[in-house]
Ligand binder design. Sequence first.
Ligand SMILES: Cc1cc2nc3c(=O)[nH]c(=O)nc-3n(C[C@H](O)[C@H](O)[C@H](O)COP(=O)(O)OP(=O)(O)OC[C@H]3O[C@@H](n4cnc5c(N)ncnc54)[C@H](O)[C@@H]3O)c2cc1C
Length: 377
Amino acid sequence: MNEEMELFRENVKRFIEAEVIPNYEQWEHDEIFPRELWNKLGEQGLLAVDIPETYGGFGTDFLFSMVIQEEFSKANCGAVGGPMAVHSDIVAHYILNCGSEEQKSRYLPQMVSGECVGAVAMTEPGAGSDLQGVRTSAKRDGDDYVINGSKTFITNGQHCDMVIVVARTNLEVSGAKGTTLFMVDTNTPGFQRGRNLEKIGLHASDTSELFFEDVRVPASAILGELDKGFAVLMGELQRERLALAIGAVAAAEGVLADTVEYVKERQVFGGPLADLQNTKFKMAEAATDARIHRSFVEECKRLFMDGELDVATVSMAKFSATEMQGRVADICLQLHGGYGYMREYGVSRAFVDARVQRIYGGSSEIMKELISRSVLA
Ligand SMILES: Cc1cc2nc3c(=O)[nH]c(=O)nc-3n(C[C@H](O)[C@H](O)[C@H](O)COP(=O)(O)OP(=O)(O)OC[C@H]3O[C@@H](n4cnc5c(N)ncnc54)[C@H](O)[C@@H]3O)c2cc1C
């Protein structure tokens, strides 16, 4: 298995080197990578790899999908890796684990090939960390549901062909009890994409507002059960948060490796920057931080594979690894001096891309809230 995984890793690296890195700066400039990249990723077998063969996937385990995340993060290409994770590790798994047979056979093969790009729309202007505040509604009308509302900060918002929408179906009860997920094809009348939002980092990824005005979908578009949308969301959180932690560690390792090269080459006061005690100590601190988190996420991977990764442990991993990524990127940028502040140096991208990791997928504060429940139980 390890040999097979390493061969796969080499394949992913080759794709990144040939197809992603040479174009990345242009995509950052365009504030979006091209739609065709999804098809190329599909052709290379890099989308939703752990979907069973029955639905067009390769039937690998979760760890293969994480190899993809690790390599994109390590290569400082998070603005492609992140959207891929939303598509492959979140949306495809919601469908696989909660979808009807018809939904699985219709969407999953197209998601593996890149013909259908997936997005998930939970966040609204008035509901982020607290999803109980969702106001987008889906009202029953005959055999259909009619969706009205708006979403924001949606990854893949410009490219998506299908979006899983979190909507209130019962306003009489709390959000946790009256929320449903709907699979909405983006060619459905009434669906509209808003602008591609300008971000401080992850420039090559698209993040958008989405609008729903009398969007009519059949009851068969419900993913999972009516009014049980929160159960679907909760059921998949471990995988999402673990993927973020794994990406954070790999990103830290990547920026550290680049900085090792830089400090060895950069000359200051008649010698390499690497020879100064401050550089040695800062690099030692950062490498230790990354190494500790590598051990922790490897343990979490094993727990996940054994079905034993609990909420508190994965929350610790997501919280701590993403905070560590920020610390390491900051140290590395400082060691680059003014060059670190220039966009042409990869460390500046690593720094700005790291920042959002502590916010999405459950912010650090929400992670601490979850951890504290187990600590103080
Ligand atoms: C680049 C990017 C991509 C994204 N992609 C998606 C996507 O694909 N789909 C999607 O649905 N959403 C997406 N999001 C939204 C993201 O999940 C939310 O931004 C996040 O959940 C935080 O919600 P919020 O922005 O409304 O902040 P708020 O919830 O308003 O939080 C503001 C601050 O208050 C803190 N806070 C909130 N509640 C508590 C509490 N109980 N205790 C202590 N502190 C608290 C938060 O930690 C934060 O520091 C994305 C966001 C970004 C920036």
